[in-house]
Design a protein around this ligand. Structure first.
Ligand SMILES: O=C(O)CCC(=O)C(=O)O
Length: 284
């Protein structure tokens, strides 16, 4: 497993992340990391955590399973958080001198799952302000473009905040009262108005995206292929704890932070710079 120096991320790739709000990075995670996560994911499906949910109604084909905070229960995931190339990747993309870990989100769509992931962006779910919040969406199975999460190019720069939805049954509103939030449009009906980004991915590839980039995903219509995705969320130096009016997700409590505090402490640990050398080289 590559704990040492990871492949380079170019200035052009950093600029593409900043411009588009989502970027595909090829082959940055070797199969050792993928196997470690697959093992943890199977253990988690067999013994889910307290926030796990099945978003497929009983009787429907397939199964859309989600869970959170695997890093707190499975040593392989903790190893990934602290020692994989992920922290260095997001430090480089966010141009941040430091990275703290936020949380993880497992999203498994078994073969034949019809439920889409509703259009949304992530930051309205979070009690966090700041522009340096980045996710890595890491598929543990091959994913084709027509099963991949799709991103609305540049939407992180619109200055709009859309009301969050639970993922169950294609999207159910959270109880939110924040006057900033507007209803999320049906972007599937606005194909002509926007550019949508999505990719064919192999295990080892990932998508890095900004917390305000609008995205959604189709079901997994493959009759045979699973779609196991492990998403991790990371803070840069400008992230601050913020009070939100209404529900947040995931509901992480016990951190002791007050509005305006930098994100940190044992629940949001510093992972970059780290003790091991997993520096991402800077190239032209
Ligand atoms: O995997 C999916 O279906 C959606 C992923 C997602 O919404 C996220 O990582 O924020």
């Amino acid at each position: 497993m590559t704990v040492g120096q990871a492949p380079a991320i170019s200035d052009q790739e950093v600029a593409a992340y900043e411009r588009d709000g989502a970027i595909c990075l090829r082959g940055l995670f070797d199969m050792g990391w993928i196997e470690l996560l697959r093992e943890a994911v199977e253990a988690d499906i067999a013994a889910p955590g307290p926030m796990a949910r099945v978003n497929t109604p009983a009787g429907n084909p397939g199964r859309f399973f989600v869970d959170f905070q695997l890093w707190q229960r499975w040593p392989g995931v903790r190893e990934f958080v602290f020692h994989s190339p992920a922290a260095a990747i997001v430090a480089r993309l966010m141009r941040s001198p430091t990275v703290n870990y936020y949380h993880d989100h497992l999203l498994v769509k078994e073969p034949g799952t019809a439920e889409p992931t509703p259009w949304h962006h992530d930051q309205p779910y979070y009690p966090v302000d700041g522009s340096q919040i980045c996710s890595i969406w890491l598929p543990l199975d091959p994913v084709s473009r027509d099963t991949c999460v799709e991103y609305v190019r540049g939407s992180h720069r619109w200055g709009r905040w859309f009301a969050p939805k639970f993922f169950r049954q294609g999207g159910v509103d959270l109880e939110v009262k924040d006057p900033r939030f507007e209803p999320v449009p049906d972007f599937s009906a606005e194909r002509e108005r926007h550019e949508f980004l999505g990719w064919d991915l192999e295990p080892g590839d990932c998508i890095a995206f900004h917390a305000l980039t609008v995205h959604g995903a189709p079901g997994n219509v493959s009759p045979v292929r699973r779609r196991r995705a492990f998403a991790t969320r990371w803070f840069g130096a400008d992230a601050r704890y913020a009070a939100r009016l209404g529900q947040i997700s995931p509901p992480i409590t016990g951190h002791g932070l007050s509005p305006g505090d930098a994100m940190g402490g044992p629940l949001f640990p510093r992972v970059w710079p780290c003790a091991t050398d997993n520096t991402i080289r800077e190239t032209q």
